[in-house]
Design a protein around this ligand. Structure first.
Ligand code: CP3
Length: 365
């Protein structure tokens, strides 16, 4: 039967759906590619727009400017997806922790979580209340993309958000949060549960606002032992996967889980029911594919530092990674972590072009 759904001018049909097709393992003509942190300080035009906004959070809170920086990398490179310009720390900020950025030192909180009483006080932010600026950015970006490529929404994992909230910022040894995990596990579980509920409502609101896929960044899950990873991180990501809307505009909304340094847990990550697992560069794609078979798609996994190399070396590395994945759909090419801020933008261009050119031979039928 022909579809009789009237065309929604805010949501035109996708012109390039390689990224969504690869996540559902449907055939593609070439491997889709995007870059973690593709909008950011390695682009001079990003620095100019951020200066116009004043600071990073003001940029996130201005839908027009957030949309502008989201689109900047797409004007330079033939990326197959856009990612919402925002940050994972919007949720703790909306919980009242007072996020600020100290130049050169990364994110900080004015009111970190120090004890169980602090955890008991925090509530679940309203995505169309305190976090409405994020939904406004999603709506604006989706409209301005005009169906060129899909829009990825995202959030941090409960564990990763909790590390920032309890440590008060970036950490190396994670002693404060591990102290809570081992000395007062109930307090940490209460925090992680509130975060999981917050992430579910936040991501579902992003999907309602127009995100066509969502990704959960578990940047710090890899600092846990296997048992503690299951208990403090994966369990809560599985709860989120269960709570997410998985269809919008008649199409599946794929969910990607990325645990940095999580290569040893691929099978359990795939078992959450996610659509794709993100990999850093410490696991080879052929081994990952052999281990999880066709259960989920894979995203990754070039070392972002390879973008400092010559164009020839970058192409060679792209060729190696494509060969490791092998024939057929189910691979979204990406860096294994965010692009570094001093990478020459031309090298990112070489990378994106190489993925499209060198991947066609793996998608012949
Ligand atoms: O282009 C994109 O990928 C979209 C935007 C995006 C940002 N942060 C913008 C940002 C995304 C997806 C994130 C996720 C994020 N934020 C993560 C998970 C991914 C990862 O890198 O592991 C984490 C851990 C954060 C927390 C965070 N935000 C840190 C540690 C920092 C400081 C480090 C840095 O890169 O400056 C930020 C700030 C931040 N988030 C910037 C950007 C572009 C830099 C801010 C600036 O302009 O000065």
């Amino acid at each position: 039967m022909m579809s009789t759904t009237p065309a929604n001018p805010q949501r035109p049909p996708l012109k390039n759906d390689r990224y969504l097709r690869a996540l559902s393992k449907q055939p593609v003509d070439a491997t889709p590619v995007w870059m973690m942190r593709q909008a950011g300080r390695y682009l001079p035009e990003y620095k100019a727009t951020r200066a116009e906004a004043g600071d990073f959070m003001s940029l996130c809170k201005n839908a027009e400017l957030a949309c502008e920086v989201t689109l900047q990398p797409l004007r330079r490179f033939e990326l197959d997806a856009a990612i919402l310009f925002s940050d994972i720390l919007t949720i703790p900020d909306a919980m009242g922790l007072g996020l600020y950025f100290e130049t050169g030192e990364g994110p900080r909180f004015r009111n970190p979580i120090t004890c169980r009483a602090d955890v008991e006080k925090i509530g679940i932010p309203d995505p169309e209340g305190e976090l409405q600026y994020v939904m406004n950015a999603v709506r604006t970006i989706r409209r301005e993309l005009k169906g060129e490529v899909p829009l990825i929404g995202f959030s941090g994992s409960p564990w990763t958000l909790a590390t920032y909230m309890v440590e008060g910022g970036t950490s190396k040894a994670f002693t404060k949060i591990k102290k809570m995990a081992f000395a007062d596990p109930q307090a940490l579980h209460l925090l992680l549960d509130k975060l999981a509920d917050s992430v579910i409502s936040y991501l579902n609101a992003q999907i309602a606002a127009g995100a066509q896929s969502v990704m959960i960044f578990d940047t710090w899950g890899g600092v846990l032992s296997p048992r503690d990873y299951q208990e403090f991180s994966l369990q809560y990501m599985a709860k989120i996967v269960d709570g997410l809307t998985r269809e919008a505009d008649g199409r599946r909304v794929p969910v990607t889980l990325f645990t940095k340094n999580g290569g040893q847990w691929l099978e359990s990550i795939a078992d959450t029911g996610c659509d794709a697992v993100g990999l850093d560069w410490t696991t080879n794609l052929d081994e990952a594919r052999a281990r999880i078979g066709d259960r989920v798609a894979l995203q990754g996994n070039m070392d972002p530092s390879m973008l400092y190399a010559s164009p020839e070396r970058i192409r060679e590395e792209v060729a190696t990674i494509l060969q490791r994945y092998g024939n057929g759909s189910g691979h979204v090419f990406n860096l294994g972590h965010g692009i570094h801020l001093d990478v020459p933008p031309e090298n990112a261009g070489v990378f994106v072009k190489a993925v499209h050119e060198l991947s066609r031979q793996y998608h012949q039928e």
